[in-house]
Write a protein that binds this ligand. Structure first.
Ligand SMILES: NC(=O)c1ccc[n+]([C@@H]2O[C@H](COP(=O)([O-])OP(=O)(O)OC[C@H]3O[C@@H](n4cnc5c(N)ncnc54)[C@H](O)[C@@H]3O)[C@@H](O)[C@H]2O)c1
Length: 359
């Protein structure tokens, strides 16, 4: 088992990572009162909900099963959580448990941050993407029809409990999508992690990956960014590497075309091309990034059907915009990324065109 703390001025919390964790013993340490609401979805509930309920029989343990999908990361799902909490008389001492991927984690966290001005919540992530990234750091949100994650808050969980055993039932496409964020961490961190991920993409079967080690590595990196800059006033924005492109692609395609991690893969490749275009990144690295994505069967090109000007227009809704200026995370080399808000529109458009699939 790998445990570490995310240390923050007001809300420090443990991240507990291990195979077959004794959930019955661990969870009660982070439950505040006598009431629990487990929030999950239609896909995860039949697999894991009853076992979790059985581990919590000493509590008033209520459940809410939401419809599955990014399209349901919206006001209606949020309202369903509030409705359930109010109807079942959950008090300020209640604890919300997010049992699911990043969608469930983000909505449940947002509900917890606003119900009765803030109640306890625990992250129990069940996808690779949520285990390496979304469950850590306290960003909570729902989508607005015009932009992803536009309504949200910073609200830290009481604990993040990560069991790679959940990955056994995760569809392969979802597992691969988790690598969008893992490659992001490899680019941010460089060094041993970059070499490790490069080796995995070179010749390792997914079934042979030592998940506990890889997840711990990514969580610790994310944790260190969060500890330095909890509310993203500064360097935490680097964690958005590839995400300006990814969020615009997801919004454009109305979440029907790409999984989040897949869109991040395309975004990483676009960020590499843009870094190359402004003379900061060697072309060999762009090729290497493209090769890693391809080896993992992740997309790295923008579909031909996408109108590049309309995609560019969606960047205007990006949360990284400051004072009306677009800000991109660019790469100088693995281990050295930086924020740039002085890019020319022409360079960005040219790079988007260059990233379109085809020759
Ligand atoms: N808060 C953050 O810091 C942060 C960071 C990265 C991403 N995100 C958000 O996370 C979301 C993407 O998360 P995701 O990739 O986990 O998607 P997801 O939550 O939609 O889960 C992916 C799919 O896998 C299914 N699933 C989950 N666990 C399973 C399991 N163990 N077995 C079988 N099926 C399972 C889900 O039902 C869903 O169909 C996006 O909304 C993104 O914006 C948030």
């Amino acid at each position: 088992m790998n445990n570490f703390f995310i240390t923050l001025p007001d809300n420090s919390y443990p991240v507990i990572i291990g195979n077959n964790l004794p959930i019955r013993d661990i969870l009660p340490q982070y439950v505040s009162g006598q009431q629990i609401l487990i929030v999950t979805n239609q896909t995860i509930a039949p697999l894991y909900l009853s076992a979790l309920q059985e581990a919590l029989t000493q509590y008033q343990c209520d459940t809410l099963i939401l419809p599955d999908g990014e399209n349901f990361k919206n006001f209606s799902s949020l309202s369903l959580i509030y409705d359930t909490l109010v109807k079942l008389n959950h008090h300020r001492t209640t604890t919300l448990i997010a049992l699911g991927g990043g969608v469930i984690g983000d909505i449940t966290g947002f509900a917890a941050s606003t119900y009765q001005r803030g109640v306890n919540f625990i992250q129990l992530p069940t996808t690779l993407l949520a285990q390496v990234d979304a469950s850590i750091g306290g960003k909570t949100a729902i989508n607005h029809p015009l932009g992803k994650n536009m309504i949200g808050s910073f609200y830290q969980p009481k604990a993040v409990i990560i069991d790679p055993i959940f990955l056994n039932t995760l569809p392969e496409r979802q597992l691969r999508a988790g690598f969008g964020e893992i490659i992001k961490y490899a680019l941010l961190q460089g060094g041993d992690l970059f070499d490790h991920v490069l080796a995995i993409t070179g010749n390792t079967e997914l079934k042979d990956i030592h998940w506990e080690e890889l997840i711990t590595w990514c969580c610790q990196i994310k944790g260190s960014y969060v500890e330095q800059d909890e509310k993203e006033n500064n360097n935490r924005a680097l964690l958005n590497l590839g995400h300006t492109f990814a969020h615009a692609l997801e919004t454009y395609t109305q979440y029907q075309c790409f999984l989040h991690g897949e869109a991040v893969g395309i975004g990483l490749y676009c960020a590499a091309l843009l870094s190359q275009r402004v003379g900061r990144l060697d072309a060999n690295y762009s090729l290497q990034i493209s090769g890693m994505l391809t080896a993992l069967k992740l997309p790295n090109r923008i579909p031909q059907t996408i109108d590049i000007q309309k995609l560019y227009d969606l960047f205007q809704h990006d949360k990284k915009m400051l004072n009306n200026k677009l800000r991109f995370v660019l790469i100088e080399r693995p281990g050295l990324c930086y924020l740039d808000d002085a890019l020319e529109k022409k360079d960005i458009i040219d790079v988007l065109m260059e990233a379109v699939e085809g020759d």
